[in-house]
Design a protein around this ligand. Sequence first.
Ligand code: AKG
Length: 254
Amino acid sequence: MHINPTELEFYHTHGYMIMKNLFSLEELQHLAQIYERRWIDLIRNGGIVQNVEYPLESIYPRIGNYHRYNDDVLRFVLDSRLVGTLQEMIGEDPLALQSVYYYKPPSSRGLYLHQDNHEIFAFPDTCYTAWVSLDRADATNGGLYVAPGSHNLDLLTPRQVDPAQSLYHYTNDLPEGYRLEYLETEPGDAVFFSGNLLHGSLENTSDYRFRRAFAVHYVRTSVEMVTMYRNELYNRHGEKVRRKFNRNRVTEPR
Ligand SMILES: O=C(O)CCC(=O)C(=O)O
């Protein structure tokens, strides 16, 4: 068992839950080292180029889907502390869809309020995120915030925002009756949340503190359609599973 009934109830009520100390510092250091090497390669081969408008953020961009090329990252993505917890949360084995490593150096933009399933459009149901803190994350260095209970909402229609303000160019307004909760996490903590939960992250306003995190998005094994990476879903054995491209949506997000 990975979660107890109180944690499960918290998740069902609020749409997210924090599992403390899920990963050791050694494990986090190993993951960070893999991405350091990847970063050096990207810098060396021109895959990362500095943009003077965002001098730090541009040399530490988000690194997506490296689990497809690195077995240690794939093992992390399929670690039973992530997929086992999700399995107990949703009552079904999850498939891993995508991973994102964040450096989030000082002065990085945040991500305005959004729902992950707006992009992924897992159908039926939604997608799920496991977000692992590598550094302490709080309101100063770009921590996460969530709107508790908003996972019960359908997909909402986002509006476009000024790209200079948010890393994700869409945002949702906070619906009436909801409030924002600003999360604080320590290295090794993991936040699990529903793909319909309204959430975002703050700008990193600290002087010198990176806010590294590793986020993985999952869908249910019974998912019928996803708009992204339909040939790149991994089950817990590391085998690829194929799902349809969602060209003719059965339901349209409102
Ligand atoms: O880590 C962040 O800054 C944002 C993460 C997030 O919003 C997501 O993974 O959907």
